[in-house]
Design a protein around this ligand. Structure first.
Ligand SMILES: [Fe+2]
Length: 259
């Protein structure tokens, strides 16, 4: 499996504090069958993003891990005005391994209407925003139509492995399945932070996906699509990554009726 959202680098953000903490996380992922990890430190007001420092930490981890897992570099990119301005002048600073794919983190405190315009602008710049964990955002849970709109102009969606295991509550879990049923999910990633509080858990999430949606879907979301993002390639099998055969309107109606 490929895990494209992971706070693995130590001493940078609210992820692991020491190299030993990072190594414990990496070992857990290796044991689960993860072969590639994108290290994605936060970039927000609290945690400044410093590419050189990130590369140094990554090199230290690589030394200890001896190639048993392949590490890449990206960013848990907060969609703030300052970050977006910086991105416009330095397109690859924050993207996954310098490709076109960018993890895009929303604020927990609401989703401004102007965000659609911003995301559209990013896609026109040739960036593919991957919206991280919308299932955990109360505004989007209340109104998932925004997600369908963003997918419509080229954004992709990542849900959290832990959400499928009920770790973020019932609403996040049921929202994850709503998105999955309608084919609105392109990636499952761990967003791991710590071995005790926020462990990776890609294998149990893959099991849930396999049981409920079949092996093909489980592999597409945790292996084939994230592999393409890691390498900067187009997502394979575009048809399976569309809206699961249902129209966006039908999906939204279903959501409204189920509430
Ligand atoms: Fe994150």
């Amino acid at each position: 499996m490929f895990d494209i959202h992971y706070h693995l680098l130590f001493g940078l953000d609210d992820g692991p504090k020491t190299i030993e903490d990072s190594l414990k996380l990496a070992e857990a992922s290796i044991a689960e069958g993860v072969t590639h990890i994108v290290c994605t430190p936060h970039a927000n007001e609290r945690f400044p993003f410093q590419p050189e420092r990130n590369r140094e930490k990554l090199a230290l981890l690589n030394e200890q891990l001896g190639g048993r897992v392949t590490l890449g570099l990206g960013c848990d990119f907060h969609l703030s005005h300052e970050n977006i301005e910086e991105l416009k002048s330095n397109r690859t600073k924050y993207t996954i391994n310098g490709t076109k794919y960018l993890l895009a983190e929303l604020s927990d405190f609401g989703v401004p209407h102007s965000l659609s315009k911003t995301l559209d602008h990013l896609t026109r710049m040739g960036i593919v925003p991957i919206i991280t964990h919308p299932e955990r955002n109360p505004t989007l849970v209340a109104d998932p139509s925004r997600i369908a709109e963003w997918i419509g102009f080229g954004c992709l969606i990542q849900i959290t492995a832990g959400s499928l295991l009920g770790r973020f509550g019932k609403r996040a879990e049921s929202m994850s399945h709503h998105l999955l049923r309608h084919g609105w999910v392109h990636f499952v990633a761990s967003d791991a932070h710590s071995i005790d509080g926020r462990p990776p858990s890609m294998a149990p999430a893959h099991d849930v996906l396999k049981r409920r949606y079949g092996r093909e879907t489980a592999d597409r979301l945790s292996l084939h699509n994230p592999r393409a993002a890691f390498l900067g390639e187009a997502l394979p099998d575009a048809a399976s990554n569309s809206h699961g055969g249902k129209s966006r309107k039908a999906g939204l109606l279903d959501w409204v009726l189920r509430r």
